[in-house]
Design a protein. Sequence first.
Length: 756
Amino acid sequence: MTDTALPPADPPYLRGLNAPQREAVLTTEGPVLVLAGAGTGKTAALTARLAHLVATRRAYPSEILAVTFTNKAAREMRERVGRMIGAAVEGMPWLGTFHSIGARMLRRHAELVGLQSNFTILDTDDQLRLMKQIIQAAGLDEKRWTARTLAALIDKWKNKGLTPAEVDAGESEAFANGKGAEIYAAYQARLIALNACDFGDLLLHMLTLFKTDRAVLEHYQQRFRYIMVDEYQDTNTSQYLWLRLLAQQRKNICCVGDDDQSIYSWRGAEVANILRFERDFPGATIIRLEQNYRSTPHILAAASGVIAQNGGRLGKTLWTQEDEGEKVRVIGVWDGPEEARRVGEEIEALERAGTRADAIAILVRASFQTREFEDRFIQIGLPYRIVGGFRFYERAEIRDALAYLRLVNQPADDLAFERIVNVPKRGLGDKAVETLHRVARAQGVPLSIAATHLIETDELTPRARRALGGFIGDLARWRDLASTMGHADLARQILDESGYTAVLQTERTAEASGRLENLQELTRAMEEYETLGAFLEHVSLVMDNDAAQDDAKVTIMTIHAAKGLEFDTVFLAGWEDGLFPSQRALDEGGLASLEEERRLAYVAITRARRRCFILHAANRRVYGQWTSSIPSRFIGELPADTIEEESTLSGGASLWRANWSERDDPFANVARGTGRGPGWQRAQGQFVREPVRIVEARQSAVSIGNKGRGDISIGARIFHQKFGYGLVRAIEGNKLEIDFEQAGAKHVLDSFVSLA
């Protein structure tokens, strides 16, 4: 029912709202779903609705349940409503995140689930420590069945609203050969004994109470006259069931969300929750917010063209009154380093034209992609910041790997020794490390020398001596290998033989997979440097990037971290199939994952206000090997009249024309349709995997190899797949000193270049 009992003049909170936004505010009774497209002012509508309910006295502030996903969003909503209606917002105890509201409820009913009201909420470290105890008590192999794996599995079950008794045999099979549910039950029992719960319990316990204790459910159904939910597309099954039960009596629930921006399935979000809203609440009012206040028409049309290929969506058409603006620029480059150089050049040009660096963002699909941009920006003195994560060389796994390499390069590096002497775990406890430090101080020698002495004494336990002796032996062997093995290959061998890689592989989590990708990118980066020492010096210079915090900086972040943000100019890097959409996502999730990857592309494009650049490379280094790439299928879905396409390859954009056949692409009919955008053409049932120039370059390289180095002389113009074009300045044996046009002076082997 639409409210008509308004004061003669519009209250302040309605001023400036468009017609659909006003409808979202004034439709107070019954279930309402507000489909709010990117940049359509959903926060303004949501806060105005909350203010309206209080200002018109439809409910006391304490009778409104308003749920957000982040504390920041809850704080912003409280501040906005406070400005609209004054001090009344202070009496709004049920405005917060799912976790904060769940904790508030659970403390009131703790005894009903076997807890006391002063229960402790465990953080991640305490949770993992407890799980290790449970795994040990069950007599399981901790290396095969790790605490992190168990934590991820139990979190998934709690996100689904499953108690240990509700985990079926199929689900239970995922851990310890069918003991998953049993271990889960033991973990929950231990939590109760400790008077503690983890974050998943805050909602799961209350959901269980709602199902089993009618009086508790009816109490909250009566209390909450109105329920409001932000970012409904990101709810998991447990949150969905919790909300649905609370809303069943009054049905005054308003959910705001965008099915096209559901990108968090990896942490339990179910896009199906928003898609079935009308089935859950028959007769629901659906309101579409489609007027965009952020982006230009070309950017919106490009994003809409991509997302329209998805089948599982409710549908809406974004529009704007903004000027047409610039078309989306799709740029094809030779490889990753050229991609970073090109972005740097475009940013410098924008800055010269008056654009501030903090109005520019580079969005990547995977965190390892940031490394080349960081290196390039350090080289040209362009200030940047990493948002939603650490800078590449500051990540824990990278610092661990660098510590191993520093110790191989410099045995007296005590800081590196201390960092990785027990990483991964070797059985060296705190007492053994303290003894090691004491001996080193007493003898005035580095820790590595003190360790060599200690393993010949009985000051350590036999287990600690064996562990320390094995570590010292490994270091000595790796130093010997350093004189005969390439430093990138040596790094890979160290990571494997130390057990570091194996630990991450056994975790089988998205976080661990990302760390492995980062380590692969690290070893790939090492190949660009002549020696291990030169690489470590480069890292030291990169780590010294400590410009003043108040300087305007270019933002580098993943697309996932960028959701909810906006920038005048956005660079979208690495749009190649296998990288984006992610091959791992497609392999594990099929069509559902492809549609989520496409939603991620939609989110990425709609972060841009004025300009959007999409870049793709012909070559990427994967696992140390050069591989040719084809542009992302999402580029082929961009409407032709919204983009300008260019390429740095000779022959222009025509070299990037590729084809996806329905036989090779199992998702073609369902997910992509029959149309093709610019840069794509139909061939004989197959797609062209290599740009022409790759083939030409390889043939030239073979020709040079057959003729011998005599064809390369000082002053010759050559081409290198990594560094591009340059002039030979000096020759020593099979080593060339080359002044590259873009990359500067480098030393390379003659087998890696061809005459230009």
